[in-house]
Design a protein around this ligand. Structure first.
Ligand SMILES: Cc1ncc(C[n+]2csc(CCOP(=O)(O)OP(=O)(O)O)c2C)c(N)n1
Length: 538
């Protein structure tokens, strides 16, 4: 499709009729529900309050929206992220006024960093009431703006439908965006609501042929090159095309340190990520003359450290932007592979280490081999494992085929809700949540949603009872450990009991202390349906 052309996404519109003349009069809230459904948004993660009561009543009245309660707003947004990453379409979130939305922000930020489409509906005070400065009054738009690509406050019930349709359009605009629609309560309860017609979604712009030709010329020089693949390039088709390019040109392939969604496992192209630790990242990119970005940003360290570079590519390397995140990276890679004369089918290398259940205490590497041997076919891995996950990526290339979603924005506490949203999006698929304990404490309420919705999730908690990464970061910035840092990084006083925490929210669990114990527990959990938690005491 030509650059800038508009595609109408008919799959979302076929079953819903929006003919005004056939519908009785409705308020703004009902027009909102009907518009969301007409635009293909049929799942709503919610934590409502008084200003959203008309929306809740409209959800009672109109069939078709699956509503899921999250017991904190950051669960709501994390679930919507997991749902969007697995379906490619937005869920709605429903939160209460500025403070409720503010609670959701960390995981809205993570979703934005994953280019996940999301439609946030934020109820607010009625416009005339706001003037009196009641307690929940705040600058709701101001809170929404930094984590949203599109923000609007509806000004009348008649506008709500059209605004909601525009929000869905914004969310679906490539590469996937955050749209936040703020609804003063009177826009929801006033009559004269009108259902908004679904709006066309822009297609991914194509990469300019001249640019592709220039990159083909660069690759033909066979100077050391690395393609950094992100977003659409980590789909089956994207990886296949990138692998062909690498095969004919000798270019290396990597992903950024954080990935939003990647298909992986046996038979899929194994592409490792750029390591988190700066010195290791520098080693991986050393000698590279051409860094070719495919939906990715220039390779930048997570943090600055005294005396270390921020960019981990060599200073003399040339950086080329093959495809921006919103562009059609798959078509660009396919063109490049054909232009370079790559065969259609290039053999996919098998992982060097065979997946195998290891024995003994937890070690990141031996755990990775163990997990690789156990991951069920076609499962979804949701990872927020922090230091316990550092070695997971490469050994699991040899696992059964699976999808991997991960914390992309660095705001910890995404694993449980991401897994919950993914499980809701993909009934019938096992979800494996890999969650560090400190990060897990931010969003453990998602376990309750898993239990309530009977979701098929195996939650693995790495219980090291410490903010382990921060010990390393302290040294990395050149500081020394002391009494206060030890106190601030310690989670052992009192000890968190994950079995009891899970039990209190309706999720059964078991504690393991060895890799063989983990393997037994994981196999048993794989055979049953519904949520389960394995606390790995490490
Ligand atoms: C929202 C948010 N708050 C705080 C931090 C800072 N932070 C980064 S890692 C970390 C501790 C992680 O500990 P844990 O989850 O137990 O993993 P471990 O380091 O033990 O592997 C903290 C507090 C952050 N990244 N995001």
């Amino acid at each position: 499709m030509a650059e800038g052309s508009i595609r109408f996404n008919t799959s979302y519109t076929s079953t819903i009729h929006t003919n005004k003349s056939t519908l009785p009069a409705m308020n703004g809230a009902e027009s909102l529900v009907r518009t969301l459904l007409a635009s293909g948004v049929d799942t709503c993660f919610a934590n409502p309050g008084t200003s959203e009561m008309h929306f809740v009543a409209a959800l009672d009245k109109v069939d078709g929206m699956r509503c899921v309660l999250g017991l904190a707003e950051t669960i709501v947004s994390g679930c919507a992220d997991g749902y969007a990453r697995m379906t490619g379409k937005p869920a709605a979130t429903l939160t209460h006024c500025g403070p409720g939305f503010a609670n959701s922000i960390a995981n809205v930020h993570n979703a934005r960093r994953a280019n996940a489409p999301m439609v946030n509906i934020v109820g607010d005070h009625a416009s005339y009431h706001r003037l009196l400065d009641p307690p929940l009054t705040t600058d709701t738009e101001g809170l929404a703006r930094p984590v949203s690509d599109w923000v609007r406050t509806s000004t009348s019930s008649t506008r709500v439908g059209a605004d909601a349709a525009a929000a869905v359009q914004a969310a679906l605009t490539p590469p996937g965006q955050i749209a936040t629609l703020i609804l003063p309560a009177d826009t929801a309860w006033n009559e004269n609501g009108e259902v908004g017609a679904p709006l066309p979604v822009p297609a991914r712009p194509a990469v300019a042929p001249d640019l592709l030709a220039t990159i083909a010329r660069t690759l033909r020089t066979r100077e050391p090159a690395m393609l950094i693949l992100s977003g659409q390039a980590l789909s089956e088709a994207g990886l296949h095309a990138a692998h062909r390019v690498a095969y004919v040109s000798g270019a290396k392939l990597r992903t950024p340190t954080q990935i939003q969604h990647m298909v992986r496992g046996r038979g899929r192209v194994p592409v490792d990520r750029i390591p988190y630790v700066v010195d290791n990242a520098l080693r991986v990119l050393a000698g590279t003359k051409h860094v070719i970005l495919v939906g990715a940003k220039p390779p930048t360290a997570f943090f600055a450290y005294p005396g270390k570079p921020s960019l981990v590519s060599p200073p003399d390397a040339q950086t080329h932007m093959l495809a921006r995140p919103e562009q059609d990276a798959v078509a660009a890679l396919e063109w490049l592979a054909d232009e370079l004369g790559a065969p259609q089918n290039v053999p996919i290398p098998q992982g060097e280490v065979k997946p195998q259940v290891a024995r003994g205490k937890f070690e990141p590497e031996s755990f990775a081999h163990t997990l690789a041997a156990l991951l069920p076919e076609n499962c979804i891995v949701a990872e927020d494992a922090v230091t316990s996950g550092r070695a997971l990526f490469a050994p699991t290339f040899g696992a059964a085929p699976h999808d991997w979603v991960q914390n992309t924005g660095g705001a910890i506490g995404i694993g449980f809700p991401l897994a919950t949203g993914a499980a809701l999006a993909c009934p019938g698929r096992k979800v494996v949540c890999l969650q560090a304990d400190g990060a897990g404490m931010y969003t453990l309420q998602a376990l309750w949603t898993q239990a309530r919705e009977k979701l098929d999730v195996i939650n693995v908690v790495f219980a090291n009872r410490i903010y382990k990464i921060l010990h390393g970061e302290l040294l990395a910035v050149g500081a020394q450990p002391g009494r206060v840092s030890n106190e601030l990084f310690d989670l052992a006083r009192p000890t968190l009991d994950w079995i009891k925490l899970a039990d209190g929210m309706g999720v059964e669990g078991t504690r393991v202390e060895t890799l063989e114990g983990f393997a037994d527990a994981f196999r048993a959990a794989s055979r049953r349906r519904g949520p389960f938690l394995i606390e790995f005491w490490i």
